[in-house]
Design a protein around this ligand. Structure first.
Ligand code: AOS
Ligand code: ZN
Length: 391
């Protein structure tokens, strides 16, 4: 392909990339030690969506917002969807919450008591109704279920309870609805988690059928796990449903994606580019799952979107023909150098130029800071209770 045509193809792909923002990133958050409240934080889901729309306004590639139920409970979901549409965004994935109720001390869908399992399943079915009302087509399931001590419960029986619950929710899906099953190595359970890894999530989604896929949260693995291998494997099996992007230094830190290990993010996006899965027609969701405990939230979301975009641009620049040749010839170092050349390319001028083509400011963070939006909402959002975990 000629250089100008290749450049056009890269730009076209980047223009059509879509990143989904988590509503909870705009609320107050913290660690178990302290939540530091920030001025101007949204007080309800409508204001969270208004903040998310700012990220879309300056990046042009983040028009979806994930909701979290019950944190984003409203009386009229149709009205919330209309509000989003008026601001140029729409509702993405609905995140269920079966971890913040006293009843869930011993788990939710894996709980030993059938009455608690029933309560959790009914919540998941409620989420399906919220999806129908908001235009969302995906339900994200993250189960905090697990046990803290050997012997506390029967591991195999818990898997059976999990399977029964998943079967019931799967059977309740209508139309285009699908479920996304997220895995996590540990936390809040410390000895055994019921969906601890991609293999468990894969096995359950495989049994369920084509409307169930796996979510890869980049913060949910043991240190040094090769996440891009998991990504490549799941794509090849048609089972990669979505990402929850974030960065980790130690555990599930939920820091900005690309902050801890930009090379890992590049390697992941390289697998996505190889599978021709960057744009929405791939059916794969590219969501952020982050909390901004000490940094300004809207700005951090903009930065995160740009980090994913930069990693994607670098992955798109890999010279695929030269790489294929080097791989065929067994040129170990040559192949590695081709990949590293792309990773080491400064794609910021290309992306600035692309933004101008898209009618955006070339520097989204600077444009947002100049806009005075944060100062305006700090003035406006007085009274009421700032949103946060559990709000
Ligand atoms: C929790 O660790 C997971 O990452 C979930 O995706 C969760 O629903 C989300 O982080 C909001 O708490
Ligand atoms: Zn997550």
């Amino acid at each position: 392909m000629s250089a100008p045509r290749a450049d056009q193809r890269v730009r076209e792909t980047l223009r059509n990339q879509r990143i989904e923002l988590p509503s909870w990133a705009f609320g107050n958050s913290g660690t178990r030690f302290k939540v530091f409240a920030q001025p101007g934080v949204p007080r309800d889901p409508f204001e969270k969506i208004a903040d998310a729309a700012q990220v879309q306004r300056y990046t042009g590639i983040a028009p979806l917002v994930s909701l979290h139920i019950p944190w984003d409970t409203v009386e009229d979901y149709g009205k919330l969807a209309e509000h989003a549409a008026a601001l140029g965004v729409s509702i993405g994935v609905i995140n269920s919450n079966t971890f913040q109720d006293d009843d869930y001390r011993l788990g939710s869908v894996c709980h030993p008591d059938p009455a608690v399992r029933r309560k959790a399943i009914e919540h998941l079915k409620d989420c399906l109704r919220i999806m129908a009302a908001t235009g969302s087509d995906a339900l994200k399931l993250w189960f905090a279920d697990g046990i803290n001590y050997p012997g506390q419960d029967d591991l195999t029986d818990r898997q059976r309870r999990l399977a029964d619950a998943l079967d019931e929710v799967y059977d309740a899906l209508t139309g285009e609805q699908r479920i996304l099953l997220e895995y996590k190595l540990f936390e809040p359970a410390f000895y055994a988690t019921d969906v601890p890894d991609w293999g468990t999530a894969y096995a359950h989604t495989l049994r369920l059928g084509p409307k169930a896929k796996v979510v890869v949260d980049t913060g949910h693995h043991a240190p040094h796990t090769n996440i891009e291998f998991i990504v490549a494997f799941l794509i090849a099996q048609g089972k990669l449903g979505a990402f929850d992007f974030n960065s980790r230094f130690y555990a599930d830190d939920d820091l900005m994606v690309g902050a801890a290990d930009p090379f890992q993010l590049f390697r992941i996006m390289n697998e996505i580019v190889l599978a021709d899965a960057v744009t929405p027609d791939s059916g794969i969701g590219f969501m952020l799952d982050q909390c901004h405990n000490i940094e300004p939230k809207i700005q951090a979301q903009i930065r995160s979107v740009l980090n994913v975009q930069e990693a994607t641009a670098k992955a798109l620049l890999v010279d695929r023909d030269a790489l294929a040749l080097a791989q065929r010839e067994g040129d170990v170092l040559g192949a590695n150098a081709i990949l590293m050349d792309a990773y080491n390319t400064d794609v910021r001028p290309l992306l600035a130029d692309l933004r101008v083509e898209m009618g955006l400011d070339p520097d989204p963070v600077a444009a947002y800071r100049r806009s005075g939006y944060l100062e305006k909402v700090i003035d406006e959002r007085t009274g009421g209770v700032a949103a946060g975990w559990g709000a």
